[in-house]
Design a protein around this ligand. Structure first.
Ligand SMILES: C[S@@+](CC[C@H](N)C(=O)[O-])C[C@H]1O[C@@H](n2cnc3c(N)ncnc32)[C@H](O)[C@@H]1O
Length: 272
């Protein structure tokens, strides 16, 4: 089969950036493909893989899982059913961390709840200064994937298995950045059901892990250290209440996602 025949038959199932991503994963540059008229012949394995991608799409399987990869900050991360697929809004949190690290010359960084390692590894690749970056997660399968991604992307991050911060010494970090599980348990359905519950489930209101992190993190931060945290739609007010109740942080900035919705916060440990 020629690639253009597959394209003609199946383009209605995908948008153009997804088609680019699919062809890229086959090592086919879509511009070259178009300029040559798509006469590239698919071998049997490639044709089977493309058919599986289409069958997955019809079942509602996320494309990143069919391709076992996702782009984050222009880097390609391996993903699989054992880990969360990185989301675009998390790039905004990572961007904020990058600016904060540069402005304050932060050195010792923890990517807490790291999944496939997208936040910590991207920071390591994007910042030229010498950093000491740790990645941690409760899931050993996620950590195995993070390790593979670090090797593939040439990053020297350190990887530690820990239940939240329990595996670290107190007063250790200049910055803790985290995208913890924060989905309300009953909302884990449809396409979310393809991702691990451990990566998504934040309990009845989605705030179980968020609250634990706010309560614990300041002990693991250096004086005036920072905590950057992502949270879900509609959770800002309740996150704010947890921060005030805890009383150990100054709120520096709230972060919006691409749809202009509040999705993250930058806190600073209050040593006063
Ligand atoms: C929302 S995912 C985030 C993954 C990745 N950082 C990202 O932004 O795409 C949350 C991660 O938290 C991990 N996790 C859940 N409970 C944890 C715990 N008690 N301690 C450490 N990690 C935990 C999950 O295994 C999952 O990898």
């Amino acid at each position: 089969m020629r690639i253009k025949d597959w394209y003609r038959e199946n383009k209605k199932h995908f948008n153009s950036s997804e088609l680019n991503f699919i062809f890229k994963s086959f090592g086919i540059d879509s511009l070259v493909f178009l300029s040559r008229g798509g006469n590239h012949l698919l071998d049997k394995k490639q044709a089977e893989k493309l058919d599986k991608i289409k069958a997955d799409r019809l079942k509602g399987v996320p494309l990143a899982l069919s391709l076992e990869r996702e782009e984050f900050f222009g880097f390609t991360f391996k993903v699989n059913k054992d880990t969360l697929i990185p989301r675009p809004e998390t790039e905004l949190l990572t961007e904020a961390a990058k600016a904060l690290i540069s402005k304050n010359s932060l050195k010792k960084i923890l990517d807490l709840c790291c999944g496939c390692g997208n936040i910590g590894i991207s920071l390591d690749k994007l910042i030229t200064a010498e950093l000491n970056i740790y990645l941690t997660d409760l899931s050993s399968k996620s950590l195995a994937l993070a390790r593979e991604n670090a090797v593939d992307l040439g990053s020297k991050v350190k990887i530690v298995n820990s239940d939240l911060l329990s595996g670290f010494k107190e007063d250790s970090f200049d910055l803790i950045i985290t995208n913890p599980p924060y989905v309300e348990s009953e909302k884990i359905k449809d396409s979310l059901a393809y991702e691990p519950k451990l990566a998504l489930d934040g309990g009845k209101e989605g705030l179980n892990l968020i609250e634990k992190i706010i309560v614990q993190a300041y002990r693991y931060l250096e004086d005036r250290g920072f905590l950057i945290m992502e949270f879900g739609y509609g959770q800002k007010k309740r996150v704010e209440n947890i921060i005030y109740k805890n009383g150990q942080y100054i709120i520096k900035t709230w972060i919006k996602d691409y749809s202009n919705i509040w999705r993250g916060v930058i806190l600073q440990k209050n040593n006063a």
